[in-house]
Design a protein around this ligand. Structure first.
Ligand SMILES: Nc1ncnc2c1ncn2[C@@H]1O[C@H](COP(=O)(O)OP(=O)(O)O)[C@@H](O)[C@H]1O
Ligand SMILES: [Mg+2]
Length: 263
């Protein structure tokens, strides 16, 4: 309905926007640069931000930028029981995981070292939704942060999660891993101006040839979503549906207001 009404080539505000076509602010570029450096130098980092702010999307952009000579392991915190991380990393390295924890650690260390020495690949281990990790898993991860070849670090750990991750890292039980995280980044929502650009960027990507949201409508989208991209997507789609139902070509603040009561 939206697509034909506004003469678009595809449904806007989708999740599948390719990494090269993302909307990037100065903040995105700066965070990406720091994460690339983390991966290149074998250091460790934490990235936190509100749900829907664009963390997982930024990871896709990071993977797209990393050189091919990189072994990347990506896991989601909710899927990792205690000890699960070591087994998962072993499997990611193409190994059949050993049973005992001490053996597993040695096995993973060898696997990561082999990647480096035989294939010239450093390892980047990313855990998305890290705020869900249990303390024993954080402790297992800490053990992985010591891997070095000739004193050069060969594994980078990147913890990505919602703000409670910051609080979890402040507890005594997480002190050891917290001390390893040299880089701590907080991802902030979009500003008012960026929210307008974001709306236009997604609509351009979907094939819009002229503006659809009025300036006052953009203001209201910002006010209602606080610049959180996932919320912007939902509200904008709802407002576009209403406009299409009513035969309107421009989304004004009245339609955004109505959409906000529905979404
Ligand atoms: N830089 C961006 N460019 C385009 N769309 C984005 C961008 N960041 C986020 N989005 C959109 O917002 C949605 C939510 O982002 P996501 O990365 O899943 O948030 P988080 O992981 O922080 O919860 C994505 O599905 C995507 O549609
Ligand atoms: Mg996410």
């Amino acid at each position: 309905m939206i697509t034909s009404h506004f003469g678009l080539s595809g449904r806007p505000f989708g999740k599948d926007i390719p990494p090269g076509k993302l909307y990037l602010t100065n903040q995105h570029r700066s965070v990406l640069r720091k994460l690339e450096q983390t991966a290149a130098h074998g250091t460790h980092a934490a990235l936190t931000g509100e749900v829907g702010v664009g963390k997982s999307t930024l990871l896709r952009a990071l993977y797209d930028k990393l050189p091919g000579a990189r072994h990347t392991c990506h896991y989601v915190g909710s899927d990792l029981p205690s000890r699960g991380i070591l087994r998962a990393v072993a499997r990611g390295l193409g190994l059949a995981p050993y049973w005992l924890r001490a053996d597993l650690i040695v096995q993973v260390q060898r696997g990561v070292t082999d990647q480096f020495e035989k294939a010239g690949r450093r390892t980047l281990l990313t855990i998305d939704e890290s705020h869900l990790l249990k303390y024993p898993v954080l402790e297992d991860l800490r053990l992985l942060t010591n891997f070095k070849v000739d004193s050069s670090p060969i594994l980078s750990l990147l913890l990505v999660g919602q703000p409670p991750l910051r609080e979890r890292l402040m507890f005594k039980a997480a002190e050891a891993i917290d001390q390893r995280l040299e880089v701590k980044l907080v991802f902030e929502p979009l500003s008012r101006q960026e929210t307008g650009e974001y709306l236009r960027h997604h609509l351009d990507f979907a094939g819009a040839t002229s503006p659809i949201f009025a300036g006052a409508a953009e203001d209201l989208v910002f006010e209602r979503t606080q610049g959180i991209p996932r919320r912007i997507n939902q509200l904008a789609l709802q407002a576009l549906e209403l406009a299409a139902e009513r035969g309107e070509q421009i989304v004004d603040e009245r339609l955004v207001e109505l959409a906000a009561t529905l979404s």
